[in-house]
Design a binder for this molecule. Structure first.
Ligand code: UD1
Ligand code: MG
Length: 465
């Protein structure tokens, strides 16, 4: 462990912390009807990513600033972090104004006040600790700096040696200032005892007439307090203002998740083609073939193989299960150990017990499939009657012949056989055979008679009786 981290841990023991997450912006540059911080990367909202990082840094209190009529944002904050307090910024008058919406929480002067932007989702907890360590080292303001490939839209950090003199927003920056490579990463820590005094001195003398949090640096220096910058990699502080930046952040998040999966021993054959969610969980010796998408809430247990072109959401995949290629597992799917779900099979709200198989072209929805049952190709559970959903219960060791339709609600008893092509509308007892299809009729020599009539120039076909 490095000296800096040790220092941060020592500081943590003695300093308490309030974190404020700014999430009241309108996000007009996203060109969306949804609040910006509710857009998702890796299956999780931007706000949830930020809150998870903040919570992991073990801060005492978390305050989230939301805009007026942003109940959805407040609800997401409390869903992810039930202890979070939300404050409403009634008018959007800038980032410093937004922080002051939580004045009631800042008043009691925590040792450290950390301010994080809700649109900067790739931030790591360790970085929060580095900022706090800078306060522990005596600075009144610590700002996260980074050197973006493209600085457009970011505030520039004006430095003199190791001291941070000012942050200049792009719109207000001179040509020389715009040439500065070190930019504001959108995260700041203020020494709690000075925080309120600094924030209340910030004015709106700038091109947009907003109260910029970034002015905290110059205000603090005017009060003879020190400001420093803590530098991080660009990937951690990518601010999301546009759909392009959202896609770029998704790429970074995917890269991190793939690396974490590989490090944990998951075999991703072509990692760059696999899409994961922040909450995807893998056991050991799992193999994921190229082009697989994992949506939210998927768990894959030891030794399972997910073949190419499969799409999984809200599914639990048991040990040594084989899924795909071209399988779709929808929410509520639970596959028992050794089950097999093959190509062009869709499963939804269904438990498939250990060793059961549906290898080809099936829909299994609102169903239970007993252990070792065999679902033939083309079997469909007809779960929807136009108004309500109904369940299909298939017992253990059942054999369903290909191309059968099971019209729910219906139960197939353990060990029963269903003849191929059946339309099953009534329950089938255990160990019975059910056939629900027209009987085959064979007319010997019929085709020969047809050809005979044709050769005589007759248009009529022979009788079918
Ligand atoms: C901000 C910084 C900029 C930095 C960049 C990093 C300021 C003035 N500028 O610019 O120096 O380089 O982030 O990504 O801080 N918000 C509110 N209420 C408001 C305004 C904003 O809650 O009145 C929230 C937004 O929801 C967002 C965050 O504050 O989560 C930042 O606002 P945004 O408009 O994205 O600032 P940037 O222009 O990106
Ligand atoms: Mg931004």
């Amino acid at each position: 462990m490095s000296g800096l981290e040790t220092g941060a841990e020592v500081a943590m023991e003695v300093r308490n912390c309030l974190a404020i997450v700014l999430a009241a912006g309108e996000g007009t540059r996203m060109r969306s009807t949804h609040p910006k911080v509710l857009h998702a990367i890796a299956g999780k909202t931007l706000l949830a990513h930020v809150l998870a990082a903040v919570a992991e840094a073990d801060v005492g209190t978390i305050a989230v600033i939301v805009g007026p009529r942003q109940e959805e944002v407040a609800a997401e904050a409390t869903r992810v972090c039930p202890a979070a307090i939300t404050f409403v910024q009634h008018e959007r008058r800038g980032t410093a104004h937004a922080v002051l919406a939580a004045k009631a929480a800042i008043g009691p002067a925590p040792d450290d006040l950390v301010i994080v932007y809700g649109d900067t989702p790739l931030i790591r907890p360790a970085t929060l600790l580095r900022l706090r360590a800078a306060l522990g080292g005596g600075a009144a303001v610590a700002v996260l700096g980074f050197r973006p490939a493209d600085a457009t839209g970011y505030g520039r950090l004006v430095m003199a040696g190791n001291e941070l003199l000012a942050i200049r927003e792009e719109a207000d920056a001179s040509t020389n200032e715009r040439a500065i490579a070190l930019c504001n990463g959108g995260m700041m820590a203020l020494a709690g005892p000075h925080a309120l005094a600094i924030l209340e001195r910030i004015g709106d003398h700038n091109r947009k007439h907003e109260f910029y949090l970034t002015d905290a640096v110059e205000v603090a220096r005017g009060m003879k307090l020190g400001a420093v910058a803590v530098e991080v990699e660009e990937d951690e502080v990518r601010g999301i203002n546009t759909k392009t930046q959202l896609a770029e952040a998704e790429a970074v998040a995917q890269q991190r998740l793939r690396q974490a999966a590989l490090d944990a021993g998951v075999m991703l054959v072509a990692p760059e083609t696999v899409f994961l969610s922040a909450d995807t969980k893998f056991g050991s010796d799992v193999v994921v073939e190229p082009y697989v998408v994992f949506g939210e809430k998927v768990t894959v247990e030891d030794g399972a193989v997910i073949h190419s072109f499969s799409h999984l959401v809200g599914a639990h995949v048991g040990r040594r299960v084989s899924v795909g290629p071209f399988a779709r597992l929808r929410p509520g799917t639970r596959l028992g150990d050794g089950a097999r779900i093959g190509n062009f099979v869709e499963v939804k709200e269904a438990v498939v017990e250990a060793g059961a198989k549906a290898n080809h072209l099936s829909y299994i929805g609102d169903a239970s499939v007993g252990a070792n049952a065999n679902i033939g190709a083309g079997t469909i559970t007809c779960n929807y009657d136009g108004s309500g959903k109904h369940r299909t219960e298939i017992g253990k060791d059942v054999f369903i012949g290909s191309n059968s339709a099971l019209v729910a609600p219906v139960k197939i008893g353990a060990g029963a056989y269903i003849g191929t092509g059946s339309v099953i509308t009534a329950d089938v007892p255990a160990d019975a055979l059910a056939l629900a299809r027209a009987r085959q009729v064979v007319k010997e020599g019929w085709a020969t008679r047809l050809r005979g009539l044709r050769s005589l120039g007759k248009k009529k076909a022979p009788s079918r009786e």
